[in-house]
Design a protein. Structure first.
Length: 274
């Protein structure tokens, strides 16, 4: 990064909002559950009343077709329970058959959107550059972005995971100002070899990558930025291993796939939130 633009970013850096970054557990339902099943799942979770402190958030990232009913159910939820989507388009409207704009999500009270999930990168060819446009569109509309990064097994086996993840962040996120980073970005580290496989990253592997991402934020922006941004772990996180993973100093919660589809497995993960 050029010296001038780095200086600009630092000068624009406001003091941290608080000394405690948000702790987040987000459920990524992917293409699962019927509309009624989804509404019942959220109802069961909020009726179990897991206590959240003001720094804790639970986000339900449902399929598009479930957003309307899910937002109705969430009207009776205590604060801290938010609605999320799994994707969006970067353009505000137009001839993009099958796509959903950020404004459309806003009409359904969506607060957060997952961007850059490895399944979107792999099956839908979403590049770092393409994701950057989605990031800009979401920042301009005031949304929280759950930005996913993570390496495939071949990269991990050749010990190149840090360079790989750094590039994903540099090419899609690091054009943002420090303020935009702190106000809108949550990073989810999801090693692809751990997603849906039952193989979880070890606590050491998770902590090492999270600490690396935080050092990158410090180096690119400022220490305040690195301290303020929540970094979640995702990949076969479940009721049994969540507490151990969340106890790592740089792990601020999780992005949960399979274990978010049932109240019995999602509730203990919410309770394990740091
Ligand atoms: P998993 O999925 O928890 O089922 O591994 C995580 C994710 O893909 O976000």
């Amino acid at each position: 990064m050029k010296k001038n633009s780095l200086l600009k970013k630092i000068l624009k850096t406001p003091l941290p909002k608080n000394n405690m970054r948000n702790k987040i557990v987000a459920g990524n339902w992917k293409m699962n559950l019927g509309i009624q099943q989804g509404a019942d799942l959220i109802k069961n979770i909020i009726e179990a009343k897991p206590q959240l402190n003001p720094h804790q958030k639970v986000i339900f990232c449902t399929p598009f077709t479930h957003l309307n009913s899910s937002s109705e159910v969430l009207k009776s939820a205590p604060s801290g329970y938010l609605l999320g989507a799994q994707n969006c388009h970067d353009q505000p409207s137009g001839a993009y058959t099958g796509e959903i704009s950020v404004d459309m999500l806003t009409e359904l009270q969506v607060s957060a959107v997952i961007i850059g999930h490895s399944e979107r990168r792999q099956y839908f060819g979403e590049s770092n550059e393409f994701l950057k446009n989605k990031v800009d569109s979401l920042v301009s509309k005031g949304k929280m972005i759950l930005f996913c990064c993570g390496e495939p097994l071949s990269i991990r086996e050749s010990d190149k995971q840090n360079e790989y993840v750094a590039r994903q962040l540099q090419e899609s996120l690091f054009h943002l100002s420090a303020e935009a980073m702190m106000n809108h970005i949550v990073i989810a580290y999801e090693p692809i070899w751990a997603i849906g496989t039952g193989v979880t990253a070890s606590t050491q592997q998770a902590q090492d990558m999270h600490a690396f991402i935080r050092s990158l934020l410090k180096e690119t922006y400022h220490e305040d930025v690195s301290k303020e941004i929540s970094i979640l772990y995702g990949g076969s996180c479940n009721a049994t291993n969540a507490a151990e993973l969340f106890a790592c100093p740089d792990v601020d919660g999780g992005l949960i796939g399979g274990a978010a589809l049932k109240a019995e497995s999602f509730l203990p993960i919410i309770s394990a939130m740091p």
